[in-house]
Design a protein around this ligand. Structure first.
Ligand code: ATP
Ligand code: MG
Length: 561
């Protein structure tokens, strides 16, 4: 955990905690939890929740539990559990010894369910799921009590025990809380606590065929662990009365408090686990860590830093009203983070050969270039080899340039970044008329300064010496969807961006990049920030993922709607 971060911004949850502390409510300290269901990889929305929960624990000297909310039977949790743990750690947080599974509370939850039955607060209902749904009523009409609602305590206990013992088929009976079928809040209309499902559970195997519902499991899990503030997203606000009702009936010594905040929505992506799962399963992306996904694994693979994601969580803040954050803000955050800490280098994405006819063959000039031009002492200097043949970006040369074109064109001059001014004397084309090479001359006086005669030179273009260049593969990632809200209109997969990945296999970087280690980052000048892919950089091969281009090319598109 880095500690030299600025103090956290205030938010309404911290205000509530401050008030609770001032009122002497939590002498044992603040305890929060992050409770993912291990049915997928975590995404940037979860990161918001992680930063909030673990951040509060850190700042209040309390603790944050990591709890697998694994009340649903499922066999394939191990991969997800491992990814969740890795992602939370990578974000810079630590649960210490406080790692839990909701499934470990199944016995206690069962005992408590019997207690509710004995208190006349729960009953076994023989109605089908459809009947239960159909008799729930609406927002304006009360529900209809089940014909089984007034069973005796003895009968309920007997049936419930036999449910557990496996005497009844799946779906034939449920246990319901006996609250109020006319309650204005539909969550209080005798919610289901247990259903029968003959499915193995990753952790409890075949020990159970009764599985608790989220509402029944969650608050009690919080109480067992001594959670003081159970922070969840807004859709659970209407469940809070139920959360409190269960805790009240059980008269547990510890009473956690549920607080709700707005979930993170981001433009140009999807964050529902179902949709992410679909993209992965149908191989529309390369896996859960595909750098185009908003998963934490994907962002990490793309080259995002944990610091940038924590900073993003701070910038978006924590509010009580739902909103959608522009993807551009996430991209700006990583640019701001990397700007002052990764070195610059030059990398030509689509090379065009330039022969400098007045520079001697075989001669090499080592040019000193700052790694961080804004503040050269900060990152020092490197030597960039210069020779007779250099490569420039194909798009930096235009045969018939528009007015005010500041790059290279026939007869015109341009500066090579950190190097001399060159003039294009001749264009060499192949039989098809494609430009294959430029014949240029350089002004030897301009290696170290402006032209002597004071003539104005346009922009500087990046380049590499052909003989010293390092071949690299570039993966140019872009947004995965072409519309701001892909989930809103029709089938979300229709809006996939066909240009979300462009692979440039023929790029050339300057010599220093040849020493890049997997996981290192560069700003390739004039292009963007890049990350040496930790998995694909091997056997001397260099593969860079574009984390983000230097400028937001989507801003205008969004503005146009
Ligand atoms: P699903 O997509 O299946 O509804 P979920 O997003 O609720 O799943 P969980 O594993 O249950 O996934 O989430 C764990 C925690 O992360 C919960 O406390 C939830 O409130 C929080 N969380 C999930 N999505 C977001 C989001 N977009 N923004 C903020 N917090 C989130
Ligand atoms: Mg959930």
């Amino acid at each position: 955990m880095t500690t030299n971060e600025p103090s956290r911004p205030r938010n309404f949850i911290r205000q509530i905690i401050d008030d609770d502390l001032a009122a002497g409510r939590h002498p044992g300290g603040i305890v929060t939890r992050f409770p993912p269901e291990p049915n997928g990889y975590l995404h940037i929305g979860h990161a918001k929740s992680i930063c909030l929960n673990f951040g509060i624990a850190r700042d209040y000297g309390g603790r944050c539990h990591l709890r697998m909310d694994d009340t649903n039977p499922s066999k394939e949790e191990q991969e997800y559990i491992e990814s969740i743990q890795a992602d939370v750690r990578w974000l810079g947080f630590d649960w210490g010894t406080h790692y839990y599974h909701a499934a470990d509370y199944f016995d206690r939850l069962y005992e408590w369910a019997e207690l509710l039955i004995r208190k006349g607060k729960a009953y076994v209902d023989d109605q089908t799921a459809d009947q239960i749904r159909d008799t729930r009523g609406t927002l304006t009409e009360p529900g209809t009590p089940s014909p089984f609602r007034d069973r005796s305590v003895e009968e309920n206990l007997d049936l419930f025990r036999r449910m557990r013992a496996g005497e009844f088929p799946d779906g034939s009976r449920v246990l319901r809380a006996k609250i109020d079928m006319a309650a204005p809040n539909v969550n209080l209309r005798d919610p289901v606590m247990y259903r029968i499902r003959r499915e193995s559970h990753h952790r409890t195997g075949d020990a159970w065929l009764l599985y608790p519902m989220y509402d029944w499991a969650h608050g009690q899990s919080d109480a067992i662990e001594g959670i003081t503030h159970s922070i969840c997203t807004l859709e659970f606000e209407a469940h809070r009365p139920l959360y409190d009702w269960f805790l009240e009936q059980l008269e547990l010594p510890h009473r956690p408090r549920q607080l709700e905040f707005a979930r993170l929505n981001l433009t140009f992506t999807v964050m529902s686990k179902r949709m992410l799962n679909e993209l992965v399963r149908e191989r529309l992306v390369a896996g859960w860590d595909d750098p185009r996904l908003p998963t934490i694994a994907g962002l990490r693979r793309r080259g995002y830093t944990p610091e940038s994601i924590r900073e993003f969580a701070d910038r978006i803040g924590v509010a009580k009203a739902d909103s959608t954050v522009d993807m551009g803000l996430l991209e700006t955050t990583i640019r701001d983070d990397l700007n002052t800490r990764v070195p610059r280098a030059m990398c030509v994405h689509q090379p065009l050969r330039v022969v400098l006819e007045n520079f001697p063959e075989g001669e090499v000039r080592e040019i000193e270039a700052p790694n961080f031009p804004d503040d050269p002492p900060k990152m020092g200097f490197r030597k960039v080899p210069f020779s007779r043949v250099v490569l420039i970006e194909r798009e930096d040369f235009v045969e018939q340039p528009p007015k005010k074109f500041l790059r290279l064109s026939p007869g015109k001059e341009v500066r090579l970044r950190w190097g001399p001014v060159i003039r294009c004397d001749r264009v060499v084309q192949d039989e098809a008329g494609r430009v294959v090479e430029l014949r240029c001359s350089l002004d030897p006086d301009t290696f170290t300064g402006p032209p002597r005669d004071g003539r104005k030179i346009g922009n500087a273009v990046h380049w590499v010496s052909e003989a010293h260049a390092v071949p690299v593969t570039l993966r140019l990632y872009d947004r995965l969807f072409t519309v701001p809200n892909p989930a809103a209109r029709g089938e979300f997969k229709q809006h996939l961006n066909p240009g979300s990945l462009e692979i440039l296999a023929d790029a050339r970087a300057e010599r220093v990049v040849g020493q890049a280690k997997p996981g290192e980052r560069y700003q390739f000048e004039r292009r963007g920030y890049y990350f040496a892919d930790p998995q694909d950089c091997r056997d001397g091969r260099l593969v860079f993922n574009r984390i983000v281009p230097l400028r937001d090319s989507w801003a205008k598109i969004v503005a146009k709607g």
